[in-house]
Design a protein around this ligand. Structure first.
Ligand SMILES: Cc1cc2nc3c(=O)[nH]c(=O)nc-3n(C[C@H](O)[C@H](O)[C@H](O)COP(=O)(O)OP(=O)(O)OC[C@H]3O[C@@H](n4cnc5c(N)ncnc54)[C@H](O)[C@@H]3O)c2cc1C
Ligand code: FES
Length: 324
């Protein structure tokens, strides 16, 4: 079995165990959040030995070349010496605004640190001050706005979301690191139609992306489907309708699975509605964000509906599995 050396001590991995699990089992708490290779919170560096290729998924080539990898998906195949990553500087930001967008979603606006830059649709990792608990949240703001906007849903018994709802207040300072993620709009191909689909707070990155798209004077049709189980789970409907009224090629479709159908909206399964409305997705660029099973199902449907895999960008909001 491979041995992992960290800060001069040796830790033995069991068959098929990830480095994150191996260290946790032996009392070393490395930073982590999603535990599935999405958020990059657990990025560490191989000082000796080679991390398996799959443990470097989604990292920039420059980081891969320096031996960085994700501990939560790294099942080592040889002995390795590892060191904590120092590539993600921490930023500190003041909470400028905290406002409920519906009963379970709060909008947080943070003062943007001057040296922090990002692409609309990327995410940051928020750190709770008292215990360094870390969770990822997508940026709904635009890079040239002087605040960072987050839409945070209260998850039942959720440690970070509960803390944000109940304890975090305007005027507090909070730290974060990032940005990360590659679900963003790259200007160009202005005649390529766009489909954006988000469930719940999956609207957050899309709220940044579609405004970025409109700013870049994308000429083709842009369709935004925002879905929830029922209308109470939707938010920012008035603002989105106002954008649609101002931009004739931007279409906003609020979707619910059951209950009253919002004005201009649809009822049905969100994994089926976009294709029903648009027919073929051949030639489309697609952005999918939110609930992981829905995002994964939509990826497949959009591909089968004609979109090319390389034109499908997604950000599933994978969450930390509950420990038993
Ligand atoms: C790339 C990325 C971007 C994200 N962006 C956003 C965002 O913009 N807005 C946002 O609200 N969230 C977002 N998330 C999810 C977020 O990071 C947290 O997972 C979420 O806020 C729950 O954290 P918590 O500490 O409150 O709950 P935890 O204490 O981690 O979990 C409490 C319990 O709830 C379960 N649980 C956690 N999340 C969910 C869920 N979504 N649905 C059902 N059960 C759940 C857990 O398994 C556990 O049993 C994103 C995640 C990723 C990976
Ligand atoms: S990528 Fe490892 S904890 Fe999120």
């Amino acid at each position: 079995m491979p041995t992992i050396t960290f800060e001069g001590k040796d830790f033995s991995c069991t068959e098929g165990e990830t480095i994150l699990d191996c260290m946790t089992r032996q009392g070393v708490m490395l930073p982590s959040s999603c535990q599935s290779g999405a958020c990059q919170t657990c990025m560490i560096r191989a000082l000796k030995g080679n991390p398996p290729e799959e443990s470097q998924q989604g990292l920039k080539d420059t980081l891969k070349a320096q031996g960085y990898f994700l501990a939560c998906i790294c099942r080592p195949t040889e002995d390795m010496t590892i060191g904590l990553s120092s590539v993600s500087p921490r930023f500190s930001a003041r909470v400028l605004e905290k406002r409920l967008l519906n009963e379970t979603v709060v909008r947080i606006r943070l003062q943007r640190p001057q040296d922090f830059s990002y692409r609309a649709g990327q995410f940051i990792n928020l750190v709770r001050p008292e215990d360094e608990l870390t969770r990822s949240y997508s940026l709904a703001s635009l890079p040239d706005e002087d605040f960072l906007e987050l839409h945070i849903k209260r998850v039942p018994d959720g440690q970070m979301s509960g803390w944000v709802f109940d304890r975090l207040a305007e005027g507090d300072d909070i730290s974060f690191f990032g940005p990360a993620g590659d679900c963003f709009y790259i200007p160009g191909k202005a005649d390529q139609p766009l489909l954006l689909v988000g469930t719940g707070t999956g609207l957050a990155p899309l709220y940044g992306i579609f405004r970025d798209v409109l700013k870049h004077e994308h000429r083709a049709e842009v369709h935004l489907f925002h879905a929830s189980l029922a209308e109470a789970g939707l938010y920012l409907q008035d603002e989105l309708r106002a954008f649609a009224a101002q931009h004739k090629h931007f279409h906003y479709v609020p979707c619910v699975l059951h209950g009253e159908v919002p004005e201009g909206g649809l009822q049905g399964n969100i994994t089926e509605l976009p294709l029903k409305v648009l027919g073929s997705l051949s030639g489309y660029r697609v952005f999918l964000c939110g609930d992981p099973p829905i995002v994964n199902a939509l990826r497949q449907k959009c591909f089968l509906g004609g979109a090319s895999m390389q034109d499908i960008h997604s950000d599933p909001f994978v969450f930390t599995p509950q420990s038993s």
